[in-house]
Design a protein. Structure first.
Length: 502
């Protein structure tokens, strides 16, 4: 008996929070699981195998990414190099092989420092994306024909972007501790596989997904640094600081926001300042190009412009688009401060990035990658997610068929202007649909899938379960009513003199 441990010294492993299994609460997920044997049973043993949800989701993502690469093979075998419209009729276009030579990587030019021949004087991408492109160029052998080099360059970039895709899937699966299987929404998103290798956006998306994971763990400085790096690769991640500011305002978490914002600024400056000082013209090209770029594919501005005799002036569109974005952000802020319950971080992040996409003067097909991880965290419901994804696939096919139509001469192979405009409208309506569902979830928290399972804000970090410090409007009335509902009513004096002893 002397060798038996006491109750005080016995280690008891803390129980892991019970995972939410979508096949039990989502009819679409349950129906889809029939391909794998049906919904998981109540007596199933989980967490006791190498096949953890995060690993499964990462492998599914790699498999889907590989299928997306296969979809590009008609272009890899020749459509990128021969014929003006064949890369569009096969819907396999990618910027990556074309810019290998077009932006001087084949000639060993240094991005931002060396002037490029042709109309584009310098590389028109943010600094950290330029570093990504340059690293891929270093890994591309300079021997063989230029076609062979471009093929290898695309393959090298695809390998690096595949790592980014796996990181995104793993981060989304880990952000909500009790809902790892929501990461399958990202891994199985058809628009993700179709657009992953069009451009280099996945690098910034991976940094943003890692930042969201860090914030959910309460690591404000790591979040800020990753957001700063992501903004150095693509501009949109900086938008996440806006919703975070409003939520921290409502919860009184000023110190955490200050740490995050400071980390973001320092990280962005660390990436940009050297190039800004030594090659200011090259560094500023991304910003001047974005400002001077006219109305382009995918935007409602293009639909309006195509119905006008005179094209819209770029400066006017810049002003109007900025004004609409500001109004949308003010609307999101008002929603955050008046909602009966503080919105989840992922919900507001999705709404702000979606507002930027909807009001912008250009929508490239790969921009959907910005929203997919945020959508999986904001509204992890398969039906709504797949409705939105179907709309994005329609647009993906629409833009390439439209370009095929405009580049095929008298053959007119593809989609005419009216058909393309319909595809743009489908994309806009699909995004607005998901925004409307998320706004409804914010205003009616009982409809929120995440909160219905018992969580508050699992991606909110220090905001998760925090008390409100500042609210107004409907939220302020609800807070006052809650504060006073437990108070006993004042005693009623039925005409008796309070000073009387009778």
């Amino acid at each position: 008996m002397c060798g038996m441990p006491s109750a005080e010294t016995t280690y008891v492993k803390p129980e892991e929070p019970e995972q939410v299994r979508p096949t039990r609460e989502d009819k679409v997920a349950a129906a889809g699981s029939e391909f794998l044997g049906g919904p998981i049973g109540w007596r199933a043993l989980t967490g006791r195998s190498w096949w953890t949800p995060v690993r499964v989701i990462a492998l599914v993502m790699i498999g889907m990414f590989a299928l997306g690469m296969v979809q590009k093979f008609p272009c890899y075998d020749g459509a990128w190099f021969y014929g003006a419209s064949s890369q569009y009729t096969h819907a396999c276009y990618s910027d990556i092989p074309h810019l290998y030579q077009g932006r001087g990587f084949a000639d060993g030019l240094i991005p931002y420092f060396d002037r490029l021949p042709g109309d584009m004087e310098y590389l028109e991408y943010p600094v950290l994306t330029g570093v990504f492109m340059e690293v891929a160029a270093w890994l591309t052998p300079g021997s063989g024909t230029i076609q062979h080099q471009e093929q290898v360059y695309w393959m090298v970039n695809a390998g690096m972007l595949m790592i980014c895709a796996a990181v995104i899937a793993a981060c989304v699966a880990r952000t909500h501790r009790r809902r790892p299987w929501d990461g399958l929404l990202v891994a199985l998103a058809p628009a993700f596989a179709l657009t992953a290798t069009i451009n280099w956006d996945l690098f910034a998306v991976a940094l943003t997904a890692a930042a969201m994971l860090m914030w959910s763990r309460g690591r404000a400085l790591a979040f800020g640094i990753l957001i700063g790096l992501a903004t150095a690769a693509k501009l949109y991640p900086a938008l996440l600081l806006g919703p975070l500011f409003v939520l921290c305002w409502r919860a009184g978490k000023w110190r955490d926001f200050a740490v995050a914002a400071s980390g973001a600024v320092v990280a962005w400056l660390a990436m940009n300042l050297p190039v800004m000082l030594m090659a200011s013209d090259g560094w500023s090209k991304f910003y001047t190009f974005s400002q001077e770029r006219g109305v382009d594919f995918g935007s409602f501005w293009l639909v309006i412009s195509q119905h006008m005799d005179t094209p819209l002036d770029t400066d006017v569109v810049n002003t109007l688009a900025s004004a609409l974005m500001v109004l949308a952000c003010l609307g999101v802020a008002a929603l955050a401060l008046t909602a009966p319950r503080r919105p989840r971080f992922a919900q507001l992040a999705f709404l702000v990035v979606a507002a930027f996409i909807l009001t912008n003067k250009v929508y490239s097909p790969q921009y959907v990658l910005w929203l997919i991880p945020l959508a999986a965290l904001a509204r992890p419901k398969w039906r709504d997610f797949l409705v939105w994804q179907a709309c994005e696939v329609v647009y993906f096919l629409g833009i390439w068929l439209y370009l095929a139509y405009t580049t095929s001469g008298d053959k007119h192979q593809g989609l005419p202007t009216d058909g393309y405009q319909a595809a743009v409208i489908v994309h806009l309506l699909g995004t607005l649909y998901l925004c409307a569902i998320i706004v409804r979830d914010i205003w009616l928290p009982e409809r929120d899938v995440v909160r219905r399972s018992g969580d508050d804000d699992p991606s909110g970090g220090v905001l998760d379960g925090a008390e409100d410090r500042f609210v107004f409007g409907h939220a302020a009335y609800m807070a006052w009513e809650k504060e006073h509902e437990a108070e006993p009513p004042p005693p009623v004096n039925w005409g008796k003199d309070p000073d009387s002893s009778l």
